[in-house]
Design a protein around this ligand. Structure first.
Ligand code: CA
Length: 257
């Protein structure tokens, strides 16, 4: 989804309230240089993002462990306590956070190949000093790539009782295969890859059905209903966000572990 043009001028109050609650992209800035945090907060807010910041690695991990997950983390490589590479590795290793986009802020000459490579796994990086404009373009590109359309290619999604073999188009719930139609499969995959983030009916129509026209959004509701039924008890991981759309929960029930 495109970030909004400005801080909400187009939105009437109630619409704006739900926009901010459910749809406004949230960015966590992890950076120990307070001046730079200020600059980033100012510019990201101006672009319409909700911004949180952390000045230490420990604080960053605490924030990431709490609900809701941000949509993107801007992560400084050199932090006073835990290195940015270590934090990024932990994000990738976490079940709940493995798909969380990370944009790394590095100084010239730092190990850029490693940062975006398999070992650390950041989505992208910018080298300090960077232009604000350049950074905003990168942020927008990552959010577009990861948030709406063109999700990162994954082969498997394992979450709680649900196992999705993307390449083989197979789904198991609690070890039993569930037969889904191609659309139901794509719907489940999309919701699971974006778990913790609300997907509006329009976004689902565009990304699952690949239609941008105002074809009735009832289609989405009908398919979600059927998908839930097929998933049985695990169907409750798909939450309805009234007046907005759907969200796949990002925490596993203790009874499903
Ligand atoms: Ca630093």
């Amino acid at each position: 989804m495109e970030p909004p043009a400005g801080p909400g001028s187009r939105f009437r109050q109630p619409a704006r309230a739900w926009y901010e609650k459910y749809m406004q992209p949230k960015i966590l800035v992890v950076e120990d240089e307070r001046d730079l945090v200020g600059v980033l907060e100012y510019n990201l807010t101006k672009e319409g993002y909700a911004v949180q910041s952390a000045t230490t690695g420990r604080e960053a991990l605490k924030r990431i462990a709490a609900d809701p997950l941000p949509d993107l983390v801007l992560l400084d490589l050199m932090l006073p306590d835990i290195s940015g590479t270590e934090i990024c590795k932990r994000i990738r290793a976490g079940e709940r956070t493995s798909q969380l986009p990370v944009l790394m802020l590095t100084a010239k000459g730092e190990e850029v190949d490693r940062v975006v490579g398999f070992e650390v796994g950041a989505d992208d990086y910018v080298t300090k000093p960077f232009s604000v404009r350049e950074l905003m373009l990168r942020v927008r590109a990552i959010l577009r790539r990861r948030g709406g359309g063109g999700d990162a290619a994954v082969e498997r999604i394992d979450f709680g009782p649900i196992r999705v073999d993307v390449a083989g188009h197979r789904v198991e719930v609690g070890g039993t295969e569930v037969v889904l139609s191609a659309l139901e499969f794509k719907l489940l995959q999309t919701l699971m890859q974006r778990r913790g983030r609300v997907q509006s009916r329009d976004v689902l129509l565009a990304d699952v059905w690949e239609i941008h026209a105002d074809v009735t959004t009832r289609t989405v509701d009908t398919h979600v209903k059927r998908l839930r039924e097929k998933l049985g008890a695990a169907g409750s991981y798909i939450e309805t966000i009234r007046g907005v759309g759907y969200r796949f929960r990002d925490t596993v029930d203790p009874t499903d572990k």
